[in-house]
Design a protein around this ligand. Structure first.
Ligand SMILES: Cc1ncc(COP(=O)(O)O)c(C=O)c1O
Length: 440
């Protein structure tokens, strides 16, 4: 039965982020259902979802409260366009997001996927300057090794060759500045020194180019798809000050790090700063339905509020503010608040830390790092063979773990509902999977 599903999928479905031929060797996992932190195949074998299904699923699969909210909404209003029309779920969600930002980001613009939210934020920033008669401010800065999605607009602020190279003739080139990723510090340089160096390089660039730059986009605290590259909140503080001083917008892409993932609801809160524009997706709907949102300040919003339709922000998406997705998001926010996940996640973070204590004793491992419920380490390149991440993935599946290393970075980013026993299983199974991968 399982073979039948995988064969049919390989014939008919073109899977994302995949060289399809690799499935001649790497298994394709056909799933029948999900429940809590587990996914189940057609034989009933369980797999712990250690990466929350690409960082989306916060409160487990088939969560009863989110299921119920969607079912209620399904019988009420499944979808309606958002131009000229509004509805309760989108209004309440926008108000609640505004409240979560202390009303600093009080206007919500909707789409479905993260890359679209990134494009919307870039368009909004540029259009803001255009509405102020500064169309020459149309370039964007991103961090070295950054990832902000894979549509053409999002690729033009992404710096990961495997995603950008093939399409570079189709995209605009970003201005790339050094990443504060502490692993990139030069030998003998402390993390603080590296942070200062990155801010100095950025300031030099802004001194001569501010007139041409609309915005800088960053993932606050952790560059996730880069390989869980973590950096200091000092960088964010310095960055906020530089953006103010040199009159460029700060876009915080919280698509992966938002919604409680790093120990605060928004990762920007580690530095006590707010951006001008913020993107959210993935976990915002509890990982249930495609939903993304761009939040912005009054200041940005006001620049579009005019008699002329040319000044209006023109970006249309058929499913903007879909009521089902908004209800899933509201149910997720309820769980987060009512079940005290801000503090529960601090406990989960400690349990993860304990479950991965073994990493500090393993000479093949370096750069063990953690922020909130993201824990990562790098396997030294001398010890890994080709196809490390694929072999790790396959062995992980055999052991009942869904895990996908990024290059030589092994990381976990589990649903928040993981209990202590499951967390210990996770730490122990990553260890045995690593042993078996390195021995293969
Ligand atoms: C930080 C960040 N921005 C944008 C995106 C793109 O989101 P989507 O895959 O929904 O287009 C991702 C996806 O991984 C992401 O991690």
């Amino acid at each position: 039965m399982d073979n039948d599903w995988t064969e049919r999928s390989l014939k008919a479905v073109w899977h994302p982020c995949t060289q399809m031929k690799s499935h001649e060797e790497v298994p394709l996992l056909a799933l029948a259902r999900g429940s809590g932190a587990y996914l189940y195949d057609h034989q009933g074998k369980s797999y712990l979802d250690s990466i929350s299904s690409w960082w989306t699923n916060l409160f487990g699969h088939a969560n009863p409260s989110i299921n119920q909210a969607i079912k209620d909404q399904l019988d009420t209003l499944e979808h309606v366009m958002l131009a000229g029309v509004t509805h309760e779920p989108v209004i309440v969600l926008s108000e609640r997001l505004s409240t979560l930002t202390n009303h600093q980001l009080g206007h919500a613009f909707y789409a479905s996927d993260g890359a679209s939210a990134v494009e919307i934020a870039l368009k909004m920033s540029f259009h803001y300057w255009r509405n102020h008669g500064k169309s020459e401010k149309n370039q964007f800065i991103c961090l070295q090794n950054s990832y902000h999605g894979e549509t053409l607009g999002a690729l033009s602020v992404t710096d990961i060759p495997i995603f950008t190279d093939a399409y570079s003739v189709l995209t605009r080139q970003p201005i790339i500045v050094p990443s504060p990723d502490f692993r990139l510090a030069k030998p003998g340089q402390s993390e603080d020194e590296h942070t200062s160096y990155c801010l100095q390089e950025l300031e030099q660039l802004l001194q001569s180019n501010q007139a041409l730059i609309a915005a800088m986009i960053i993932e606050p605290m952790v560059q996730c798809a880069t390989g869980m590259a973590m950096y200091s909140a000092q960088y964010l503080k310095g960055l906020r000050a530089l953006c103010d001083q040199y009159h460029i917008h700060l876009i915080a892409d919280e698509i992966a790090v938002g919604c409680g993932r790093t120990g605060k609801f928004f990762a920007c809160e580690h530095a006590n700063i707010w951006p001008d524009l913020m993107t959210l997706s993935k976990g915002i709907s509890g990982g249930y339905l495609p939903l993304s949102v761009v939040l912005c300040t009054d200041h940005i919003y006001d620049a579009f509020y005019a008699d002329s339709s040319q000044k209006a922000f023109l970006h249309s998406h058929s499913f903007a503010g879909n009521p089902l997705a908004c209800r899933a998001a509201l149910a997720s926010l309820d769980i987060y608040k009512q079940e005290h996940y801000l503090s529960k996640n601090l406990i989960l973070a400690q349990q993860l830390n304990k479950a991965f204590e073994w990493t500090s004793q393993d000479h093949r491992i370096e750069h063990v790092r953690q922020l909130g419920t993201i824990l990562a380490f790098d396997v030294k390149k001398d010890f890994i063979a080709q196809r490390f991440s694929q072999i790790f993935f396959s062995i992980g599946l055999d052991k009942g773990l869904l895990i996908r290393p990024i290059g030589n970075t092994v990381y976990v980013m589990p649903p928040y509902i993981l209990n202590e026993e499951q967390t210990q299983f996770l730490g122990a199974t990553v260890q045995t999977t690593l042993e078996a991968t390195l021995a293969s």
